[in-house]
Design a protein around this ligand. Structure first.
Ligand code: CTP
Ligand code: MG
Length: 224
């Protein structure tokens, strides 16, 4: 089955505060975006990648992927992540009309091991309409009231944190986005809203999302 991947990379990276779009921030000489795309490539399961880049950075991002020109296509992203995914999905459907599986993978999860990509693709190929990589929750979770006082301690045994790539039968993601409103940060959540089943596979600690300078420091330490 042909697999395409959408990489939303058009965010500004305000919380990281690097003075440039987060996806373009280098770690040991290679940008987060390049690392994320390389992980997809190295999985051996992805035929084509569509990157949604910051609109004013499209030429620079295209240049970065010059050696992968037949593998990576760059489109300008939108104001919200939802817009960026929508634009990338439209381009992916145009470029690979026979694609049956689509992955959505945040550039910010630059260190995701290729094995996670393979596990997600395999689960969709085996029939799951939507698949997310997850990890158990390590911390104790408490629910508080508006004053910050604890109401209850939540049973965390069935809670999971969600990573990317998230994988979908392409028809399912198309339907979910057709029904979606303006802003959604979780693609699988849109599938839940249209009544679709979402399955899980084990995620990986290295698939952490780089949000703050602290996260970047952790990633650099892991790489060293
Ligand atoms: N993203 C995107 N288009 C947007 C906003 C976000 O493609 N309009 C992408 C980001 O580039 C990132 C992913 O969605 O790869 C997850 O978003 P987030 O971690 O919030 O990144 P930023 O929006 O760049 O960071 P911040 O919210 O701190 O500005
Ligand atoms: Mg953001």
């Amino acid at each position: 089955m042909s697999v395409v991947a959408l990489v939303p990379a058009a965010g500004r990276g305000v919380r990281l505060g690097a003075g440039m779009p987060k996806a373009l921030v280098p770690v040991a000489g290679e940008s987060l975006l390049s690392r994320a795309v390389r992980g997809l490539h190295d999985s051996g399961r992805v035929r084509h990648v569509v990157v949604a880049a910051p609109a004013d950075e499209v030429p620079a991002v295209e240049a970065e992927f010059a050696s992968l020109r037949s593998f990576v296509h760059v489109v300008p992203g939108g104001a919200e992540r939802t817009d960026s995914v929508r634009l990338a999905l439209a381009e992916a459907e145009r470029a690979v009309p026979d694609a049956r599986v689509v992955l959505v993978h945040d550039a910010a999860r630059a260190f995701t091991p290729p094995s996670v990509v393979r596990d997600v693709v395999r689960a969709v190929e085996e029939g799951a309409p939507a698949v997310v990589p997850v990890l158990p929750v390590a911390d104790t979770i408490k629910q508080v009231d508006e004053a910050g006082d604890v109401e209850t301690t939540v049973d965390r045994s069935r809670l999971r944190t969600v990573q990317t790539p998230q994988g979908f039968a392409i028809d399912v993601l198309r339907q979910a986005y057709a029904a979606a409103g303006d802003i959604a940060t979780d693609d699988a959540g849109l599938v839940e809203r249209i009544g679709g089943k979402v399955s899980t596979v084990p995620g990986h600690p290295h698939a952490l999302k780089i949000t703050t300078a602290f996260d970047l420091a952790i990633a650099e330490a892991v790489l060293a």
